[in-house]
Design a binder for this molecule. Sequence first.
Ligand code: APR
Length: 262
Amino acid sequence: MDASDPQEALRRTVELLAGARNALALTGAGISVESGIPDFRGRGGLWERFDPQEYATIEAFRRDPPKVWRMLAELEEVVLGARPNPAHRALVELQEKEIVRWILTQNIDGLHQAAGSRNVIEYHGNGRTLVCLDCSHRVEHAQRGHQIPPPCPSCGAILKPDVILFGELIPQRALQQGREAVDTADLVLVIGTRAEVWPFAELPRIASSRGIPVVEINLERTGLSDSVADITLCGAAGELLPRLVSRLDSGGLRLGVSDFLE
Ligand code: APR
């Protein structure tokens, strides 16, 4: 599907949404940029100041937890005050319309849930809880006190947020739910991610190889744009997603996806 004309790309996306019942939204840092959380690899992003090899691997945390906490403390600070933006809310509306079923996010900010989304799969963990790697004790964020790095109340070792560092496994339940979501998806939206980090990055590629339409929404073209995405909508998610919802509301059409593809 070539939709190089932005208006035509938008129209085709509305048609695909109108025909979908089990769409899967795959989201990344870009969807939360309009909530004031910089993405990772863009200008001002966390990886500009902290080399992920040095600050974001599980080996680095085990070797020198206070050093990794310098990065984690910054991440916590920007995430804590953030509120959902129109992109998160538009996805809630698409779920209420029974178009989007699952949201699989790489983000740890909890903003999809804060906006009111259900069926949220957190692929890279969450910032709500912390875990002790020594004794496995878990603590809610609100209970962890103000000390940085925070000590485990049970054994005194340093706690790690329940976010997945490089070299750690994706939580088993999220992996399973992700597989189920891809297996049942009739449309995949890839929003605000470069889709470069594996195994997340394989999800849109698997969908595309199965003939499931893939629509990408991003400020820029990415590695998915030429070979994986059927449609790339270039723009801010907080502007494009609400626009898609209002077009759906005004159009009121519901085509079958197969009708559209024929
Ligand atoms: N609307 C849409 N897209 C946006 C917006 C916006 N308002 N702002 C930024 N983007 C896009 C950027 O153009 C970029 O392509 O979002 C993408 C963000 O890419 P990354 O910073 O690489 O973030 P992400 O793909 O989510 O990173 C994946 O990498 O380091 C890890 O664990 C971390 O979960 C993260 C993973």
